[in-house]
Design a protein around this ligand. Structure first.
Ligand code: 5AD
Ligand code: SF4
Length: 478
């Protein structure tokens, strides 16, 4: 590290270990901000916006944690001193949305010259995206990717003391940095990363290229974080990973995901544990049995199908057939009788025929998903599927999507209605003053609205499910 890089500090004073190095920059920034607050007699604000999945949402909590530590106050709109977009690139329209929003930030910055615009996350791991921003959106201050989010304060410090755009996008993660601050969206539930990256290389998916190879966190750190969260009032944790069944393979000694979840559930005061996402090809019986017997682990399995056609599944590199997937959902129901199974489905993968599509509908009916996230295939350059022949025309995909939604709606509606009349525990998540209603989440992820008070938020209460109105329930607390 050259000593002039971080003027006005001498490099020899900068710690080389993490997280000490980041706390060093956070403290410097905090001192500078305190002085500016006194000078200008005002608060300094930040707005962190998340695009994409739960992994990104979790990263955003860490990024917001760093900014609040420095002294920025979170606000709801982009009219702020710091605006940070944590981007997604899983589908083309995710990128398009981000470009539109960056243009808007440019106009805002004209009125607010001191504003810092920060872009990070999955889309920034793509060279073309970064090039485009460097050329067409030169007002952006900082760009970094998914592998060094822990460096936000260091990059922000550079941005305040160097001229021009600061970019630091890395090909691979060099380490997992623990013990940085976090600013959580909810008081009573939280995500906990158990692993990063993905080694599956499904042919449509950009994730392995932007999030790198699989790396597991140490169980000790996961348990410590869970204990900390519970001590702050968290009742439910969601263990997060692109492929949770591969948890622990990079650790020495190896630890299975079933062992990990069992240990997490032992944390005293924790009431619910969820996980996302398992890959159908390597769900273990050990895990299913643990879900069945462990009262804290929610009876909900999100099991991405992607396609019901064995021919397409092979082209997608999913490593299972239609029959194996159906055998798995049968087995899951045998071991966990009251389980809810949800899924992800892609329509219009290259070469998808009417017959392939019918197979997908067939699996939906037989597997009886409680809900499904449905996507039209989006070509991601750099992935093998982008170069496959027979890309499906848009009108055909749109028509199949319509029919897919009809079938999903029928099946999911029937699955959801099955619980009518039951009394179940729910976690109270939202209170609406106007209606005097609380929204609670069932173990199986369904929602129920019932008359209640704000003081119920974060509590688990028993609610009778009186009536199912499509995909949610109306109920009464008992
Ligand atoms: N096009 C459409 N959907 C995709 N997904 C991942 N990549 C693509 C793509 N290129 C979907 C998958 C995955 C979910 C997170 O996003 O269904 O499970
Ligand atoms: Fe999440 Fe994938 Fe989007 Fe990244 S690209 S935010 S990992 S869905």
């Amino acid at each position: 590290m050259s000593s002039d890089k971080y003027l006005p500090i001498d490099a020899k004073h900068i710690p080389t270990e993490e997280p000490e190095r980041q706390y060093f920059f956070m403290d410097l920034l905090r001192d500078e901000l305190t002085a500016r607050k006194e000078e200008e007699h005002r608060e300094f604000t930040m707005h962190v916006e998340t695009f994409g999945c739960q992994m990104n949402a979790k990263d955003s909590e860490k990024l917001a944690g760093i900014l609040t530590y420095i002294g920025y106050t979170p606000v709801e709109t982009e009219d702020a001193d710091i605006v940070l977009y944590n981007t997604c690139t899983v589908r083309e329209n995710a990128n398009t949305r981000v470009y539109g929003r960056i243009g808007y930030l440019g106009r805002l910055k004209k009125r607010r010259p001191g504003m810092k615009i920060i872009l990070c996350g999955c889309m920034m791991q793509e060279k073309e995206a970064v090039e485009k921003i460097k050329q067409s959106y030169r007002f952006v201050d900082i760009i970094f990717g998914t592998h060094n989010i822990y460096m936000l304060s260091e990059l922000l410090y550079r941005s305040f003391h160097e001229k021009g755009m600061v970019t630091d996008v890395r090909e691979e993660a060099d380490r997992i940095v623990e013990d940085l601050p976090s600013y959580r969206k909810y008081d009573f539930k939280a995500g906990v990363n158990i692993m990063y990256g993905c080694n599956n290389f499904c042919t449509y998916c950009i994730v392995p290229y932007v999030r790198g190879r699989e790396r597991s966190r140490n169980p000790v750190d996961i348990i410590k974080e869970t204990e900390q969260l519970v001590s702050e009032g968290v009742k439910e944790v969601m263990l997060l990973g692109q492929n949770v069944n591969s948890y622990g393979k990079t650790l020495d000694p190896q630890v299975s995901f079933a062992e990990l979840i069992r240990d997490v559930a032992k944390v005293e005061g924790l009431e619910r544990v969820r996980f996302m996402t398992p890959h159908p090809k390597d769900i273990s019986e050990e895990l299913l049995r643990e879900v069945a017997v462990n009262p804290k682990i929610c009876n909900h399995i999100h099991l991405p199908l992607q396609s019901g056609s064995t021919r397409l599944l092979q082209k997608m590199n999913r490593h299972y057939t239609k029959e194996q997937f159906l055998a798995l959902t049968d087995r899951i129901r045998e071991i966990i009788p009251d389980v809810a199974i949800t899924t992800d489905i892609i329509i219009g993968f290259p070469g998808e025929t009417e017959e392939d599509f019918e197979d997908t509908l067939d699996v939906i009916r037989k597997a009886r998903f409680m809900s499904a996230f449905t996507f039209i295939y989006s070509k991601r350059s750099g992935t093998p599927a982008a170069d496959m022949p027979d890309q499906v025309p848009e009108e055909v995909s749109a028509d199949r999507m319509k029919r897919l939604l009809e079938t999903v709606g029928e099946v999911a509606g029937a699955e959801a209605r099955k619980y009518t009349g039951q009394t179940v525990p729910v976690l109270c998540e939202v209170y609406k003053k106007e209606t005097g209603c609380v929204t609670g989440r069932l173990e199986n992820n369904l929602l129920v609205h019932f008359p209640g008070e704000e003081s119920l938020l974060g509590k688990i209460v028993r609610v009778k499910l009186d009536e199912c109105t499509g995909f949610y329930y109306l109920g009464t607390m008992v």
